[in-house]
Ligand binder design. Structure first.
Ligand code: C5P
Length: 244
C-alpha cells in the first residue's frame, strides 16, 4: 500500500495536532479550527502530502478525536499514507506517540506543527533535502525583526539582546530518525521543540531559510491573517517570501 502510493519517499512527517489552542480563545482544539472552510490540520497535511519525499504522515490527534481526524484526512490519504494516533498531555508526548507509530522504512523524520497550516511544500522538501545531504538535525529559521529585551517579572527591562545572532525557529524540523529517537528516549523536561531535545544530546543542528507562510497560528490575529492569506490573490500556497 505504502509503496504504491509513493515509492520514492524516504521521509516520515509527524504532525502534533493535540493542543487545546487556549490562546486562540474558545472554539475547540486548535488543529480543528477552520480557515477557508477547512480545519488547519487538513491544510497542513495536504501541503506535506504534496511533497514527493514524503512516505508517511503520522498525526497525533486531540484526545477523543482520533476517529474524526481520520475521517477529515481521508481525502489527503489518497496522496500518501496517513496514520492517526492519540496525542498526549504535552507537545513532546504527542510527538513521542507519533514517532512510535512510524513504520519501518523512512530514515528521515520531520516534525511539523499542525498550527503552521500554510507552510509551503517547498519548505518540507528543503528541510528533508538538508537531512539527506548529511545534516543530523535541521531547523528552518527567520531573522528576528523586533528589538528583543530581557524583562524582569516586575516588568523592568534588564537588558537588550543582540538580535543579529537571534533566529525565530519554525517547523518542519528534520532529523535522522535514529537521532530523534535517541533524543526522545533521553528527554527529561518537556521542551517546546524537538531540536531542543537534540541539542541537549550534543548533536549539531543546522539552519535553513524558513518561510513567512510557515507562521504558527496561535492567537486570533494569526487566524485572521491566515484566512486573509488564503483568499489573497498574491498567495498561491507556494509563494516566495521575497527579500527578508
Ligand atoms: O501550543 P503549542 O505551541 O505548544 O502547539 C504546537 C503544536 O503542538 C500544535 O500543532 C499543537 O496542536 C501541538 N500539541 C500537541 N499536543 C499537546 C500540545 C500541543 O500535539 N498536548
Amino acid at each position: 500500500m505504502t509503496a504504491q502510493l509513493n515509492p520514492r519517499g524516504d521521509v516520515a512527517v509527524l504532525v502534533p495536532a493535540a493542543g487545546a489552542g487556549v490562546r486562540l480563545g474558545p472554539g475547540g482544539p486548535k488543529a480543528l479550527r477552520r480557515i477557508g472552510g477547512e480545519p488547519l490540520l487538513v491544510h497542513a497535511v495536504r501541503r506535506i502530502a504534496a511533497a514527493p519525499s514524503v512516505h508517511t504522515v503520522v498525526v497525533a490527534a486531540p484526545p477523543g478525536d482520533a476517529d474524526a481526524v481520520r475521517d477529515l484526512l481521508a481525502p489527503v490519504a489518497e496522496l500518501t499514507v496517513v496514520a492517526v494516533v492519540a496525542g498526549g498531555a504535552t507537545r513532546q508526548e504527542s510527538v513521542a506517540a507519533a514517532l512510535a507509530a512510524v513504520p519501518a522504512g523512512p530514515e528521515i523524520v520531520l516534525v511539523h506543527d499542525a498550527a503552521r497550516a500554510l507552510t509551503p511544500t517547498a519548505l518540507v522538501e528543503s528541510v528533508a533535502e538538508a537531512v539527506r545531504g548529511g545534516a543530523e538535525a535541521v531547523v528552518p529559521v527567520l531573522p528576528v525583526v523586533d528589538t528583543v529585551k530581557e524583562v524582569s517579572a516586575a516588568g523592568l527591562v534588564l537588558g537588550t539582546v543582540d538580535r543579529s545572532a537571534l533566529r525565530a525557529v519554525q517547523t518542519p524540523q528534520g532529523f535522522r530518525r535514529s537521532v530523534l529517537a535517541a533524543a526522545h528516549a533521553a528527554a527529561v523536561d518537556p521542551l517546546t521543540d524537538d531540536a531542543g531535545l537534540v541539542e541537549k544530546q550534543g548533536v549539531p543542528v543546522t539552519c535553513v531559510p524558513g518561510s513567512e507562510y510557515a507562521l504558527k497560528i496561535t492567537r486570533p490575529f494569526d487566524l485572521a491573517l491566515a484566512e486573509y492569506l488564503l483568499t489573497s490573490t498574491r498567495y498561491d500556497g507556494e509563494a516566495d517570501d521575497g527579500p527578508r
